[in-house]
Write a protein that binds this ligand. Structure first.
Ligand code: ADP
Ligand code: MG
Length: 359
């Protein structure tokens, strides 16, 4: 960026009222460390588990405060805010107790490093579809992407007719089968059920997290992931494999035991890798995403068949997360990746501004 040009102010959001709160804080820490300080000024906005927005809080401090017995001590220097649009500046500005903190505090680009429910990143539709495993599959199916057979129940339906529902699941999938809350990620509330007893427990667990529960046929599979970057002409990275340290890639295997491995590029036939990359771009466009997404697949061990599992519109973003590592292996460094994402956000915004808003 040219000398003397104003730095772009990046509103970095993280935390939030989500089962993936801690995951978001870890990602935000990496993003903060890697944004080019010569080009960008970071305005950190941490969202507590209670939903308060704190301006100026550091993700590491927020985590420390939350784990502390005297939680407020670490957060004294922060300001509780909300954001509002500034109609003259066409920008977002932080507001405290109804008083704007001044246009000097305005934000040029929002960078939400959030996982889980209630937040936008890929645009409203794309983010919503990316969170709802049922609607996502419906869209995949409509464009001919291969999905795993599934069924969805509502929580109150489940509570009324446990036995009938379990009979139906046993008939359709047998064991093992997978049970998940429809709207969540990071494997929170996901179980592999091997018996009727486990199935009942698994559905009860999933029903604690969401009002919709999805049950899927279990695939005996390898798991591969592909990173997509772009807006209207997205590109796909090399493909990486995840080797889980547990029976499946659960929360523990993802974030706690540190024993899961990633292999980049995945050691799979070239034709399979090409298929995965092609489907990744197709899924990105089908869900109307923008900026970034990580697309996850199962490759059935016995047949080599590829199934699309899900799209993550705000994938894990620490430096050792799959998404940045896939780009690294494809020739895009972490700081370059952040810069590209900001460019893409501005590009998409400019494109939206072209829409006519009067009759
Ligand atoms: N149908 C399935 N067959 C085999 N493994 C599955 C299936 N569904 C989920 N899994 C396992 O559970 C993990 C988490 O499920 P996933 O649908 O990716 O949920 P999340 O959005 O929480 O990541 C997957 O990475 C995989 O290891
Ligand atoms: Mg997943």
């Amino acid at each position: 960026m040219a000398e003397g040009k104003k730095k772009l102010r990046i509103g970095l959001f993280f935390g939030g009222r989500s089962g993936e709160h801690e995951v978001s804080l870890a990602s935000a820490k990496s993003v903060m460390e890697n944004l080019d300080k010569d080009k960008f000024e970071v305005v950190p906005i941490g969202i507590t588990k209670e939903g308060s927005w704190l301006l100026g809080v550091d993700p590491v401090r927020l985590l420390a405060a939350e784990q502390d017995v005297t939680p407020d001590a670490n957060l004294e220097q922060t300001t509780a805010v909300t954001l509002t649009g500034d109609p003259t500046l066409r920008r977002l500005i932080p507001v405290q107790g109804g008083e704007p903190l001044g246009s000097s505090g305005s934000i040029d680009v929002l960078f939400p490093v959030m996982h889980g429910t209630s937040y936008v990143g890929c645009g409203v539709l794309g983010s919503a579809l990316g969170m709802d495993k049922e609607k996502m599959k419906m869209v995949f199916q409509s464009v001919g992407l291969p999905i795993v057979d599934y069924v969805v129940y509502r929580r109150n339906e489940w509570e009324r007719s446990l036995e009938t529902i379990m009979d139906a699941i046993e008939q359709r999938f047998g064991y093992p089968c997978f049970v998940k809350p429809v709207n969540l990620g990071s494997s929170v509330g996901v179980s592999k059920a091997h018996s009727r007893e486990e199935l009942e427990h698994a559905i009860n667990v999933a029903a604690e997290y969401d009002r919709k529960i999805i049950i899927e046929r279990a695939i005996d599979c390898r798991e591969v992931e592909c990173a997509v970057l772009g807006n209207d002409e997205p590109i796909a990275s090399v493909v990486g494999e995840v080797i889980s340290s547990n029976e499946f890639y659960d929360y523990r295997a993802k974030y706690i035991d540190n024993k899961s491995q990633t292999i980049i590029p995945a050691n799979i036939p070239q034709a399979t890798a090409e298929e995965v990359r092609r489907q990744s771009v197709q899924a990105f466009l089908a869900l109307d995403l923008s900026g970034l997404a990580r697309v996850d697949f199962f490759i059935e061990k016995q047949t080599g068949k590829v199934y699309i599992n899900e799209v993550n519109t705000m994938p894990g973003f620490t430096q050792i997360s799959m998404y940045p590592k896939l780009w690294q292996a494809s020739g895009v460094s972490y700081p370059e990746l952040l810069e590209r994402l900001i460019e893409l956000a501005l590009e998409r915004h400019a494109d939206r501004q072209r829409n006519r808003t009067t009759l």
